[in-house]
Ligand binder design. Structure first.
Ligand code: ADP
Ligand code: MG
Length: 615
């Protein structure tokens, strides 16, 4: 295969709760997970807005309790969805989401004292920008090309919106691949190298917000997905919510106060619940202590693993139903699975191990690849494969998660491409005009499993402008699903032996070109602001360092006592001025600190020069 991308190419796992970035290292012949500026290999998918700056990742998550209404997380639960479909989530978020144009959700924040709204794509783009910068710092080179992963169960709108987010982040999105497929690549490369025998692999990926299962076969570097199933709304956060509700109720009962209306208290409780949940994956009881949770009252309690399992049992069972559905769909028997691979942070929960082992009749589960990093690892391998010459080709054959079709008379869903069909694929369908001189035909494209078209997800209202002709004019519509699982529609009309491509306009397109351009411009402005802040922080740091150095010099008896009194007075004045600048003038421009430092350095250098010359 021709390698058509120049420059470094990275793999990004853009998670609901944590994101991870990796790059292929040719010299080591493996992918490297890149740590962020805090030294962490995964970065919280959080973006926060304050009165003077925007924060992304650890910095944003760390201040969430004190700034809950402007700290945005769960953008992945919003992306590519309509406002009406996210009503349950809205109840749980401390930040405000409203219905924007075309029922697209808008996230409202207060930034630098002004109200601002963002699309989920923009928040995701900020996270992608952060991951791109983490990689650029590590590679010491700008990064443009990336493979981004999405849950296998993401629908067409969610995939397209993720590509848009990548574009806004200044990335060239080489491919979108499914998270479990990426994890299978990581597993195949790390644990099953040179696997010449066909192996059936079952990937169980339970993260913070989404659940995916995937059944694949691997043989000689060919990864063929047989079936996927999942829920884009099931994961660790749901377990946290259940535990939070449990403690909110307990607090109400024992302390007679209701914290449910206080976002700051809820955030602190959420953090403690998440910690307790992690502890329960290896201990049978976890304590939970939150000082002054609400109105100065402490929360001091504990929860057993049995209780945790009890309050989440229906969710665990839901996971197992989805596992079962994947086998029913694939027509494959569960006994033919060679490896059951667990990934995603929530796959560490012991109850799920037990349920899975029962399902697979005692089979050992594979937990040897890092569940937090496997997806990014696989994405980096794929990115390298598309851009680096020395890495062997891997062949991926993925499937679409939901059936695609059009609405025909009587609101019937006419399925053209059934779910779990291998992609890429092209399917054609011929439509005929109903009346003479029909100038337009409207095609409604849906995805989903209901036989009633309007109960499925409407992907697009495609409007075709036609040449005037008697009724019965045939128009061939072509459904082309690309390797990313994204649908592209085209149409052809044949009159007098001439084939003509007809322009299709999607009247339900999510973001217009102008909107996308505006977002790119805004993202660039944000980046320029970040760079400005970084420069200012550096200038302040440099001045601070120099101030410490000068204090040491003048207090050193051997040198300090030799400085002439006039110079000493000047230096003391400059020391005080530096301190004042650093303490009180955060609003000063960068050049004020840089210029003052230069002046200060010249003054001290000249005083020291005089000593060295014995003047
Ligand atoms: P996503 O890809 O959706 O962002 P991850 O795969 O990074 O999610 O998993 C994050 C989720 O895993 C969080 O909800 C976190 O609380 C949960 N998690 C991490 N470690 C553990 C553990 N030891 N036990 C239970 N849950 C865990
Ligand atoms: Mg994940």
């Amino acid at each position: 295969m021709a390698k058509k991308y120049e420059g470094p190419a990275i793999g990004i796992d853009l998670g609901t709760t944590y994101s991870c970035v990796a790059v292929w290292q040719e010299q080591n012949n493996r992918a490297e997970i890149i740590h962020n500026d805090q030294g962490n290999r995964i970065t919280p998918s959080f973006v926060a807005f304050t009165h003077d700056q925007r924060l992304i990742g650890d910095a944003a998550k760390n201040q969430a309790a004190s700034n809950p209404s402007n700290t945005i997380y769960d953008a992945k639960r919003l992306i590519g969805r309509k406002y009406k479909d996210i009503q349950n989530d809205i109840q749980l978020w401390p930040f405000k989401v409203i219905a924007g144009i075309d029922d697209n959700p808008w996230i409202l924040v207060n930034y630098k004292g002004k109200e601002k709204h963002f699309f989920a794509e923009e928040i995701s783009a900020m996270l992608l920008t952060k991951m791109r910068e983490i990689a650029a710092k590590f590679l010491e080179s700008p990064v443009k090309n990336a493979v981004i992963t999405v849950p296998a169960y993401f629908n067409d709108s969610q995939r397209k919106a993720t590509v848009d987010a990548g574009t806004v982040a200044g990335l060239n999105v080489m491919r979108i691949i499914n998270e479990p497929t990426a994890a299978a690549i990581a597993y195949g490369l790390q644990k099953r190298t040179n696997c010449t025998e066909k192996r059936n692999i079952f990937i169980f990926d339970l993260g913070g917000g989404t659940f995916d299962v995937s059944l694949l076969t691997i043989k000689n570097n060919v990864f063929e997905v047989k079936a996927v199933a999942g829920d884009t709304h099931l994961g660790g956060e749901d377990f946290d919510n259940r535990m939070m509700n449990h403690f909110v109720e307990e607090f109400k009962r024992k302390k007679k106060v209701d914290i449910s209306g206080n976002p700051g208290s809820l955030r602190r409780l959420r953090n403690s619940c998440e910690r307790a949940k992690r502890i329960l994956s290896f201990a049978v009881v976890a304590t939970i202590e939150v000082n002054a949770l609400f109105q100065g009252i402490d929360l001091s309690s504990s929860i057993t693993r049995a209780k945790f399992e009890d309050i989440n049992m229906d969710l665990f069972e839901k996971c197992m139903d989805i596992v079962n559905r994947c086998f029913v769909d694939s027509g494959m028997d569960k006994s033919s699975v060679d490896d059951v691979v667990l990934i995603g942070g929530s796959s560490r929960i012991p109850k799920l191990h037990q349920l899975l082992q029962e399902f697979f009749e005692g089979k050992e589960l594979c937990m040897s690849i890092n569940p937090d990093e496997a997806v990014a690892y696989g994405a980096a391998v794929h990115a390298a494969m598309l851009s680096v010459k020395s890495i062997p080709n891997i062949l991926l054959r993925d499937v679409i998660p939901l059936s695609l079709g059009t609405s025909i008379k009587g609101d019937i869903m006419d399925v053209l491409v059934p779910r779990n069909t291998s992609v890429p694929i092209t399917k054609k369908k011929t439509y005929f005009t109903d009346v003479d001189n029909q100038s337009r035909v409207l095609i409604k494209v849906y995805e989903g499993e209901s036989s009633i078209a309007s109960e499925n997800n409407l992907l697009g209202l495609f409007s075709l402008s036609l040449p005037l002709a008697p009724r019965g004019l045939p128009i061939q519509v072509c459904f082309a699903i690309d390797k990313d699982g994204i649908l592209n529609l085209s149409a052809e009309e044949e009159t007098g032996g001439n084939k003509k491509n007809i322009m299709l306009t999607n009247e339900k397109e999510r973001l217009s070109t102008e909107e996308l351009e505006r977002m790119i411009q805004e993202a660039e402005n944000f980046e320029a602001e970040d760079t400005k802040l970084e420069h200012k922080a550096k200038a302040m740091n440099d001045l601070n360092d120099y101030l410490c150095h000068v204090r040491k010099v003048i207090s050193d008896n051997d040198v300090g006592s030799l400085i002439c009194p006039v110079d000493k007075l000047k230096i003391y004045t400059a020391v005080v001025k530096s301190q004042n600048l650093l303490d009180g003038n955060k609003h000063e421009e960068t050049h004020v600190f840089v210029d003052f430092l230069k002046e200060f350095q010249n003054m001290v250098d000249s005083a020291l020069y005089k000593i060295s010359k014995g003047v």
